[in-house]
Structures are given as structure tokens and as C-alpha cells.
Ligand binder design. Structure first.
Ligand SMILES: Cc1cc2nc3c(=O)[nH]c(=O)nc-3n(C[C@H](O)[C@H](O)[C@H](O)COP(=O)(O)OP(=O)(O)OC[C@H]3O[C@@H](n4cnc5c(N)ncnc54)[C@H](O)[C@@H]3O)c2cc1C
Length: 327
């Protein structure tokens, strides 16, 4: 592979010139060979060649343009609560937005409700708290979902009580060429735990966008009721989910009809099965937990076991909800 005239080892994306540029530009906000286990809720994963935490939005734009010009792949992540990073790590640059994009604000639009704008690096739980504190109804479905607003929007996160798509009004994105665009909800496609741009918008813009922020349409409500509802939902989550050990939430998508993925895994007799340090939770069969210094390979082996067993027993292919990244 040739980058900037130099031949690169395919397992190392960054040459010394690139490292020097990153170091000069980002100083203590860049780390090299950073273990991704520090940045994922599963606590597994190899190293990223570079890990950049831009302090200002302008730095992010500059980084994206530079990466593109130099053919260096980048991956924007949130809090890594839906990610399994492979043991061999991530070539190129991993970027987080939790330092440069974290503001949450609101504006009144009269009878159409209140628009709350949350930047991509803000925590989903900060957004839920902001809504409750400002007596706004609409976000309580997401109470307890970890991660950032950017990750939540990208994943169309949700619970049995609602989905991001139902409260979203528009998103602001950064395109690989450095342009910033606002895209209204009508031009977005939402699937189960997935958001994508409609084809006509995709063609016009080219490339995978970075979410910079999102606007949510919420409505005034009774503060006492909101608070009570939030507490009830949080308590129910804590009772259902294993919270004391590292996980990435539900690993598999629920089939469109019939039993949930968790029920199928339970019925297949897989609760408590383990590979290396990874285990299928006894509390919630759709959670794979890192019980004792698991590697990504341990978890990948469990995924294979679940998919094969459920397919053989029930003729159902369980699709992954968690995103697998890395080489
Ligand atoms: C204990 C636990 C409970 C959970 N419960 C739920 C639940 O009830 N419902 C639910 O839906 N999920 C749940 N999850 C999964 C996860 O929390 C959500 O999917 C969350 O929204 C992911 O946010 P994140 O910031 O961690 O994203 P990440 O995991 O960091 O990233 C997810 C994907 O989004 C992309 N991405 C992130 N930010 C951006 C951005 N700004 N621009 C472009 N792409 C971006 C990443 O590249 C990646 O592909 C749970 C996870 C855990 C650990």
C-alpha cells in the first residue's frame, strides 16, 4: 500500500510523518497505540494506531480533511458501549467527540413543542436528565441507555418504550470533504438499531458522515409525573440487566416476530456458557459479559456458538446488534 509515496506495512497505517503531524497538531489530545479496551464498555480490544480527542469542532474538521487527503482511515466512536473491537486492534485513527461536542440547549417553537439540541459527544443520560429538569416529555424511553448522543442516533437506540427516531427532528453531519449539513428526519432511513441517509442524499454527499449533533422535538409535561416515570424505568432496567460486569448490552437483534433473542438463547440452553473469560449472562441471556479478562476472540467464539446453536434448534439466524470493528 502506498501513502504519500511511501510503501506501508498493511498492519501499520500511520507512517512517521503522519505521527509527527498528529503530535504537533493535537499535542496531549492524541495517543498512539492506544488500547481500545479503555474505550469500550466490554473492556476488550487491541490498540488503535492513533486515538484523537479533538478539543474544538474546528480541530475535528481539520483532522477529517487531513485524513482524507492522506488516505488514512478513521472511525468516530462514542463511548464504545455497542462495540466489540477485535484483538488485533484498529488501523488508522479512532476519534472521540466527548471533549469538543458536548453542549445541550433548548429553544421554544410554540405549539410544535420544544427543540432540544444535543451535540454528538454529550451523554445520552445527560440529555435525558436535561429533558426531565426542563419538564420536557419524550426522552424517558432512553433512561439508562449508556453512551453518547452521536452513538444513540447512529444506532437508533431504544427500548420497549420508544426509539430515537420517534423524537428526532434533524441531525447535523460532517461530510468527509469537510462540509457540514443539516438533514431533516424525512431524509433519514431508520431500521432496527440503524440509521442511514436516504439514497438521494447519500449520492449527493458521498461518504460516511460523522454526526455532529441532533435536534429532538419534546413537549412540556408535568414535572412530578416525569420524574416518577424516569425513576420507575431506571429501576426496572437495573432489575433486568447485569450491570456489575463489563458488557455491550444486548448482543443480538430480536427477530421481527416471535421470541426475543434472549428467550431463544435461554431456550437453547446457553445461559452461563463460557469461552475463556467471556460468558453468556445468567441474568439476561442476550448479554455477553466479560467475566474474567476476556479477549475479543473469546467473545467471537461465544457469538459463533450462539448463532450456530440457535440456527440448528430453531432455524433462526440471530443478527448482531453489537458492531464488530477492527482487523
Ligand atoms: C449495559 C448496557 C445497556 C444497554 N442498553 C441498551 C438499550 O436499552 N437500548 C439500546 O438501544 N442500546 C443499549 N445499549 C447499547 C449502546 O449503549 C447503545 O447502542 C448506544 O447508543 C451506543 O452509544 P455509544 O456512544 O457508546 O456508541 P458506540 O458504541 O461508540 O458506537 C456505535 C456505532 O456508532 C458509530 N458512531 C458513534 N458516534 C458517532 C458519530 N458521532 N458519528 C458517526 N458515527 C458514530 C460508531 O462508529 C459505531 O458504529 C446498552 C449497552 C450497555 C453496555
Amino acid at each position: 500500500m502506498k501513502i504519500g509515496g511511501a510503501t506501508l506495512n498493511p498492519f501499520i497505517m500511520l507512517d512517521s510523518d503522519s505521527k509527527i503531524w498528529l503530535e504537533r497538531r493535537f499535542k496531549e489530545s492524541v495517543r498512539f497505540d492506544e488500547s481500545m479496551s479503555k474505550h469500550t464498555s466490554l473492556w476488550v480490544g487491541g490498540t488503535a494506531d492513533a486515538f484523537v480527542m479533538p478539543e474544538k469542532p474546528e480541530e475535528l474538521v481539520e483532522l477529517i480533511k487531513w485524513s482524507r487527503q492522506n488516505d488514512i482511515p478513521y472511525l468516530v466512536i462514542g463511548d464504545g458501549t455497542n462495540l466489540l473491537v477485535k484483538d488485533s486492534g484498529i488501523r488508522g485513527i479512532v476519534i472521540i467527540l466527548t471533549r469538543c461536542l458536548k453542549r445541550i440547549s433548548k429553544r421554544d417553537t410554540g405549539k410544535d413543542g420544544i427543540i432540544v439540541t444535543a451535540l454528538a459527544g454529550a451523554r445520552m443520560q445527560a440529555l435525558c436528565s436535561f429533558a426531565v429538569k426542563n419538564n420536557l416529555k419524550g426522552m424517558n424511553f432512553a433512561i439508562g441507555i449508556p453512551g453518547t448522543v452521536g452513538g444513540g442516533v447512529m444506532m437508533n437506540s431504544g427500548t420497549a418504550h420508544g426509539l430515537i427516531k420517534s423524537v428526532l427532528d434533524s441531525i447535523k453531519i460532517l461530510l468527509p470533504d469537510g462540509h457540514i449539513k443539516i438533514i431533516m428526519k424525512e431524509n433519514l432511513n431508520f431500521d432496527y438499531r440503524r440509521l442511514s441517509l436516504k439514497d438521494e442524499v447519500k449520492e449527493a454527499n458521498q461518504g460516511r458522515p460523522i454526526i455532529l449533533g441532533a435536534c429532538f422535538r419534546l413537549h412540556p409535561s408535568d414535572p412530578h409525573e416525569l420524574q416518577k416515570d424516569a425513576e420507575k424505568k431506571l429501576k426496572a432496567r437495573k432489575e433486568r440487566q447485569p450491570r456489575s460486569l463489563p458488557s455491550a448490552g444486548c448482543f443480538f437483534k430480536n427477530p421481527l416476530s416471535g421470541k426475543t433473542a434472549g428467550e431463544l438463547i435461554d431456550l437453547a440452553g446457553l445461559k452461563g456458557k463460557s469461552t475463556g473469560g467471556a460468558e453468556i449472562s445468567l441474568k439476561h441471556a442476550n448479554f455477553i459479559i466479560n467475566k474474567d479478562r476476556a479477549s475479543a476472540s473469546d467473545i467471537l467464539a461465544l457469538i459463533e456458538l450462539v448463532q450456530e446453536t440457535v440456527s440448528k434448534k430453531f432455524n433462526i439466524n440471530l443478527e448482531l446488534e453489537v458492531k464488530i470493528v477492527g482487523q
